[in-house]
Ligand binder design. Structure first.
Ligand SMILES: *[C@@H]1O[C@H](CO)[C@@H](O)[C@H](O)[C@H]1NC(C)=O
Ligand SMILES: *[C@@H]1O[C@H](CO)[C@@H](O)[C@H](O)[C@H]1NC(C)=O
Length: 459
C-alpha cells in the first residue's frame, strides 16, 4: 500500500491529487486514532493520586529522554494561551514607530521572583520599541541564588529559555514587530566590536524623577516623554549610530513596574504580555495537574472544580499582608460555599500548608499541591528545576483553577487576578461558554485590599 501511496504522490495529475488528499486524510485519521488509544492505555485510569513506585534497577523515566519529554510536551502543552490572542495592537505600535537604524537594545538585568522577572523583561522590550531600537538582543535572566532566595544579584546570567519559550517569542515578534530584528547575542550584531555603549540607563534618572526602589516610585510618571529623553542620550554620544559604529543600549535593574500599561491602548496592553509564554515542559506538567485534579474531583463525585490558593504566608511576607488565617478562612469558605471539594495550594510555607490540610479536612475538603499530584517520573523531571522555574507550574495551575484566592499585596497573586480577568473577558468576547459571566469577581483577595499601585503589570 505504501508504494502505491508514494507512486501517487509522485504523479502530479490534478485528479490524482484529490485522491491523495482523501487517502492521506484517511491514513492520518487512523494513525491519530490508534496512537490516542495506545497513549490512553499507558496511564492507570483510576486513583490519580496513587504514586507509582519506580522499579529498582530500572532508570527508564521517559521524561528524562529527549524523545520522551518531546512527546509529553506534544501531548500536554498545547494549545498555548497566546495562540488565542490578537496581536493587532502590537503590529500597529510597531508599524507606527519611528525606527532608528544601528541602535540596539539589550535586556540583561532582569532579576527576582518569576513574575518580577517577567514584568522586567516585558518592560525592557516595551522600552526598546519606544526607543525605536532597530535590533534587540534576546533578553537574559539573572538567576537567584538557590541557597538564599533573597540574594538576587548573583551574576549568573541565563538565556531567556530558563523561564520562557524562546521559539514562541521569536515567532510572535517576527510576525508582529519585524521592524525590530532579534539577535541571539550581542556578538551577532554586525560591528558590535566597534559599538558605542552608553552607561547603563536608569529610567528614573533618564526621566528626571527622584530615584527610589519601592513600587510606586519605580513607575515612569511620564512615559510619553521617554523617546525625547532617549534621543538626547543617542545624540550626546561621540559617534552617530552608523553601520560601522552601532550604539548598544543597556537598561539597569530598576525596570520593575516601570512602564504603566495604561499608557498604551487596550488593544496593545491586553496582548503585550502574551509575547512571553513559559517553557514548554513545565507548561505541560501544569496542564497535567489541572486535568488530574478535575478528573479526580469528578471520579470522587465532586463538581469537577478546585479552588486555587496562593498561600503567601512565608516568613518574608510583609506584616500588613493577608495573614494565614485570612487566606485559609477565605479559601475554605469559598470552597464550601460552592460545593468544591479540592484546594490546590502553592506556597513556600510548609508549616502553613500542613495546618491548612488539617483545617480543610474538618470541612471535608482535600488539599493538594504539585508534589502530591504528579507521578514519580514527573516529580523526578521537576525536582532539578530551580525555585522560580518550579513556580511556573504553580502559576499555571492557579491560573486555570475554577476559583482563586490570594493575597492582595503579592504581585504574583495580583497578577493572577488580572490575567484571569483578561482571559475571562477574551472568552466572553469570543462568545465561548464562560462559566464566569461577571469577569473575575468570583476570585477572592484575602486581607487588606490590592497592592497600592494597580496599573503596573502586563496581563
Ligand atoms: C460564604 O457564604 C457565607 C454565607 O452566605 C458568607 O458570609 C461568606 O462571605 C461566603 N464566603 C465567601 C468567601 O464568599
Ligand atoms: C473585563 O471586562 C470588564 C467589563 O467590560 C471591564 O470592566 C474590565 O476592565 C475588563 N478587565 C480587564 C482586565 O480588561
Amino acid at each position: 500500500m505504501l508504494t502505491k501511496v508514494l507512486e501517487s504522490i509522485q504523479n502530479k495529475s490534478p485528479r490524482r491529487s484529490v485522491h491523495n488528499l482523501v487517502l492521506w486524510t484517511g491514513i492520518t485519521f487512523v494513525l491519530v486514532a490508534a496512537s490516542t488509544y495506545f497513549l490512553s492505555q499507558t496511564r492507570p485510569s483510576i486513583d490519580y493520586f496513587t504514586h507509582r513506585e519506580s522499579k529498582s534497577g530500572e532508570s527508564s523515566n521517559p521524561l528524562l529522554t529527549n524523545e520522551g519529554i518531546d512527546q509529553y510536551i506534544l501531548d500536554h502543552a498545547y494549545p498555548r494561551l497566546g495562540e488565542n490572542i490578537n496581536f493587532a495592537g502590537l503590529r500597529k505600535l510597531c508599524s507606527s514607530t519611528k525606527w532608528q537604524p544601528h541602535v540596539y537594545f539589550t535586556c540583561t538585568h532582569n532579576l527576582g521572583g518569576l513574575m518580577n522577572v517577567r514584568n522586567m523583561v516585558l518592560n525592557c522590550v516595551r522600552y526598546a520599541i519606544a526607543a525605536g531600537a532597530s535590533g534587540l538582543v534576546l533578553p537574559q535572566i539573572e538567576a537567584r541564588d538557590p541557597a538564599a532566595l533573597n540574594h538576587l544579584k548573583t551574576g549568573e546570567y541565563q538565556d531567556m529559555s530558563f523561564l520562557f519559550d524562546e521559539v514562541w517569542f521569536k515567532k510572535v515578534m517576527k510576525e508582529n514587530c519585524e521592524q525590530m530584528e532579534l539577535f541571539d547575542s550581542m556578538e551577532d550584531i554586525s560591528y558590535s566590536g566597534y559599538a558605542t555603549m552608553p552607561d547603563l540607563i536608569n529610567i528614573q534618572t533618564l526621566m528626571g524623577q527622584p530615584r527610589g526602589n519601592r513600587h510606586g516610585l519605580l513607575r515612569n510618571k511620564k512615559p510619553w516623554e521617554f523617546r525625547t529623553h532617549f534621543d538626547e542620550i543617542i545624540k550626546s554620544q561621540k559617534q552617530k549610530p552608523a553601520e560601522r559604529s552601532p550604539v548598544i543600549v543597556r537598561l539597569d535593574d530598576k525596570t520593575l513596574f516601570s512602564f504603566p500599561p495604561s499608557f498604551d491602548s487596550p488593544a496593545l496592553a491586553n496582548c503585550f504580555g502574551f509575547i512571553l509564554e513559559f517553557r514548554l515542559g513545565l507548561t505541560a506538567l501544569a496542564n497535567v495537574i489541572v486535568d488530574r485534579v478535575h478528573r479526580t474531583s469528578s471520579i470522587s463525585g465532586g463538581n469537577n472544580q478546585y479552588v486555587g490558593l496562593h498561600l503567601r504566608s512565608e516568613k518574608d511576607a510583609g506584616k500588613y499582608w493577608a495573614s494565614w488565617d485570612e487566606l485559609a478562612d477565605t479559601t475554605i469558605s469559598t470552597a464550601s460555599n460552592n460545593s468544591i471539594k479540592f484546594i490546590y495550594v502553592a506556597s513556600g510555607d510548609a508549616e502553613g500548608v500542613a495546618k491548612l490540610v488539617d483545617k480543610a479536612e474538618k470541612a471535608g475538603i482535600q488539599v493538594l499541591d504539585k508534589w502530591s499530584i504528579l507521578y514519580d517520573d514527573e516529580k523526578e523531571y521537576l525536582k532539578p528545576f530551580r525555585f522560580d522555574q518550579q513556580a511556573i507550574v504553580d502559576y499555571l495551575a492557579l491560573m486555570r483553577s475554577d476559583r482563586f484566592v490570594g493575597s492582595g499585596q503579592s504581585s504574583f497573586s495580583s497578577h493572577l487576578i488580572l490575567r484571569r480577568e483578561i482571559l475571562a473577558n477574551i472568552s466572553l468576547a469570543k462568545g465561548e461558554k464562560a462559566a464566569n459571566t461577571e469577569g473575575a469577581p468570583r476570585d477572592q483577595l484575602a486581607g487588606p485590599g490590592r497592592l497600592g499601585y494597580w496599573d503596573m503589570d502586563w496581563a
